[in-house]
Design a protein around this ligand. Structure first.
Ligand code: IPE
Ligand code: IPE
Ligand code: MG
Length: 238
């Protein structure tokens, strides 16, 4: 096989984004309450963080809570926020061992104060870790991120009248993070649900019917293998 073709077969996506969907359906199928599905979803997230890090992924964005998810019951929202807290606290040793750096994407100021503190502490405590970066998208909406980027741009550049794509990119939540190469959605819905709208312009998309709590490292590997077969043209010719 040609060297170039072989290289592309082995290419691991630098940035993977995951829409972790299907927790509620997983619970429903078993006659359990929805929150039980979120608990299992958290376990799956831990498995996938480890698997992605082992695979050599550099950035992993996990869509954990959207700007629209506040529409759910108070009980469900409270439970998810509690899990976020638990995850951030309990995973520090794992992060340290695997050099995983934690970051946040989304409207931080719209989160409850205790969650803000937990996220800020994790971000700070892992800031020097040089392994994979896990970007937790919590209270995240792609449209909201673009609006906030524009507001930040305008207040920092009062004199400037024109605005470029680069300007918008520079004011997104994590401007140093490259656009996602691969976006995965579990649980079979064919939509973005407001995930990384700006950044996903040329992302490859992988949709699996498997519900998120059932995901393990083989599923991630399948998505990466599928990605490796894609011809990324970016509007040009191959
Ligand atoms: C994804 O699972 C987790 C969040 C959106 C927080 P869902 O809770 O959306 O599960 P389904 O889609 O109802 O099965
Ligand atoms: C997307 O899932 C958000 C997260 C996974 C956090 P949703 O379950 O909220 O999306 P819709 O409502 O099916 O579009
Ligand atoms: Mg859902």
């Amino acid at each position: 096989m040609e060297k170039k073709a072989l290289e592309s077969l082995r290419r691991v996506p630098e940035h993977v984004g995951i829409i972790m969907d299907g927790n509620g359906r997983w619970a429903q199928k078993r006659g359990l309450v929805r929150t039980q599905g979120h608990l299992e979803g958290l376990k799956a997230a831990k498995r996938i963080v480890k698997a992605a890090s082992d695979q050599g992924v550099k950035y992993l964005t996990l869509y954990a809570f959207s700007t629209e998810n506040w529409k759910r019951t108070e009980e469900e929202v409270g439970f998810i926020m509690g899990l976020v807290k638990q995850y951030l606290r309990a995973e520090f040793d794992f992060s340290k061992k695997n050099k995983i750096r934690v970051r946040h994407a989304g409207d931080f100021s719209g989160l409850p104060a205790d969650i803000q503190k937990e996220i800020a502490d994790s971000v700070k405590d892992t800031a020097d870790f040089s392994g994979m970066q896990v970007i937790l998208a919590i209270n995240y909406g792609g449209r909201d991120e673009i609006v906030r980027a524009l507001c930040k741009f305008i207040s920092a550049n009062k004199e400037k009248e024109d605005i470029s794509e680069k300007d918008i990119s520079a004011y997104l939540d994590n401007p140093d993070v490259p656009d996602p190469d691969l976006i995965i959605r579990s649980a079979g819905e064919y939509r973005t649900s407001n995930f990384l709208l700006w950044e996903s312009a040329y992302s490859e998309i992988f949709i699996s019917d498997k519900l998120w709590p059932d995901w393990d490292k083989d599923d991630l590997e399948e998505a990466i293998t599928d990605f490796q077969k894609r011809d990324r043209r970016y509007g040009g010719l191959s």
